[in-house]
Design a protein around this ligand. Structure first.
Ligand code: PLP
Length: 474
């Protein structure tokens, strides 16, 4: 194998892939069966011969791209997964090659320093004090903390574990006494219910916050859930807000919820996996007014911050809470040592942790903070424009005005029709959209992630949906 030649051919093919994709020369989605794909890629053959290099690699890649779902495509409108910035992909390559499990400082000082920098950058956007880089100063004054995790679900779990440990330090060692609850809007991402299950709180013991018809938390009804917890003799681990919610992209009122939590001594966790990108823009950060009064927040860089999967961050206002959450005994890792850096391993569920910071940093440093803000604002503004256009169509209905880059709408007709439309679009490979239930009604849902999507694609989508609906009806 010649590494440089193979690397060049991979990069050339990726460049070609990107150009074809943004110019719509391929379907946005193409799904052949597992057997067909395995055969075309000659998977078994290459394993037997060990020959995936040179021309074979080239052929393999051309075949591989045939069944890649193209996130850079202007008609990719489905899920909240980042349209990666090419610089981020280079970051992934460097991390994959060097393979430094940087949670122990000596196993990746550069990667750890970059992660440290990125955590501090987000802390300062939230308005929490940065971590001191001189480790002897850690916890000698009040400051925040955080760690990059392999995804938002793990970040939410980490935040809730920190909240639980803050409530009762015995639980970690002695087990869950069965009197715990989390207050959460029904519209929250399923990773919160999953965390309640994993933590032994029990998914059924989660108490739902009252929301409006679009699933946004009603601040003057927070006391209902609080009272319910008291009536059931439950101790509240945390109250979780969506900023923004997965289905509709709407923001819960962070400021008012923070005040309620502070008044009642409740840990306030903000799930900003998708929507905390607003903290990176002057125009939209007002959605996070009061966020510095929260206790924890998560953000997925692999969603709106254009970073390759996976890269999420969990941030806490008080570093003490995260420093204490996972204390473990492992004599080969945890012992006194003289080192110039910081071990993130105490904060993380993972033991071996990738150098996630480098791909995130590469994106931000390539786009610059202004470039990142411009991208986010563009996507949010385009979504508002798309809403205004779709809302004007007599045969379409929108349940709410968008507040981010997620938009729900419905074509006149049954729930089955919405699903049939989505299936048909995907089968054709012309558009890739998602769908969601709101108040027991099925809606089509678009998430405008690709910086290459314009109003032209939105108008074409409306046209395509109308045509399909008419042909389904006839
Ligand atoms: C609001 C919210 N929280 C958490 C998650 C989970 O993040 P991940 O997919 O990175 O685990 C998502 C994913 O879409 C989300 O939308």
């Amino acid at each position: 194998m010649n590494f440089l030649d193979d690397a060049k051919s991979v990069l050339l093919q990726l460049d070609h892939y990107l150009n074809q994709t943004i110019n719509k020369q391929n379907k946005v989605i193409n799904q052949e069966s597992i057997d067909e794909i395995q055969k075309k890629l000659c998977l078994q053959d290459h394993v037997e011969k060990g020959d995936l290099t040179g021309k074979n690699l080239d052929t393999f890649l051309s075949q591989y791209f045939e069944n890649v779902t193209r996130l850079h495509h202007p008609c990719y409108l489905a899920h909240q997964v980042g349209t990666t910035h090419p610089s981020g992909a280079l970051g992934s390559l460097i991390d994959g090659f060097t393979n430094n499990p940087m949670a122990i400082y000596e196993m990746g000082p550069s990667a750890a320093a970059v992660e440290f920098f990125m955590i501090n950058l987000i802390l300062s956007k939230i308005g929490w004090n940065k971590m001191p880089s001189r480790i002897k100063e850690r916890l000698t004054f009040s400051h925040g903390s955080g760690v990059l995790t392999h995804g938002g679900s793990l970040a939410n779990l980490t935040a809730l574990l920190a909240a639980q440990n803050n409530l009762d330090k015995d639980i970690r060692e002695k087990g869950n006494p069965g009197d715990l609850t989390i207050l959460v809007p029904e519209s929250s991402h399923y990773s919160i219910a999953k965390a309640a299950g994993i933590m032994g709180i029990g998914e059924q013991n989660v108490i739902l916050l009252k929301t409006d018809k679009n699933g946004t938390v009603l601040p003057d009804r927070l006391k209902d859930a609080y009272q319910e917890a008291k009536d059931k003799n439950k101790r509240i681990v945390a109250l979780v807000a969506n900023a923004c919610s997965t289905a509709t992209g709407l923001y819960d009122p962070v400021d008012e919820i923070a005040d309620f939590c502070n008044e009642n001594g409740i840990w306030f966790h903000v799930d900003g996996a998708h929507g905390a990108c607003a903290l990176f823009t002057d125009k939209h950060k007002y959605r996070f007014k009061g966020v510095q009064k929260a206790d924890s927040l998560i953000i997925d860089a692999h969603k709106m911050l254009r970073t390759p999967n996976l890269c999420a961050a969990i941030l806490v206002k008080d570093a003490n809470t995260l420093d204490l959450v996972f204390q473990q005994k492992a004599s080969y890792l945890f012992h006194e040592k003289n080192q110039p850096g910081f071990d993130f391993i105490q904060q993380a569920i993972e033991c071996t942790k990738a150098g996630l910071g480098i791909k995130f940093y590469f994106v931000l440093a390539a786009m610059g903070e202004k470039g990142m803000a411009a991208y986010i604002e563009r996507q949010f503004d385009l979504t508002t424009e798309a809403h205004n256009y779709i809302h004007q169509q007599d045969d379409f209905e929108c349940p709410c005005r968008p507040q981010s880059n997620i938009l729900c709408f419905r074509y006149n007709g049954s729930d089955d029709l919405q699903l049939a439309i989505r299936d048909k679009l995907i089968e054709e490979g012309s558009f890739y959209i998602s769908s969601t239930n709101l108040e027991d009604k099925r809606f089509l849902r678009i998430v405008l992630m690709s910086p290459y999507t314009t109003m032209e694609e939105i108008k074409e989508l409306v046209f395509a949906i109308r045509e399909l609906a008419n042909s389904e009806g006839s």
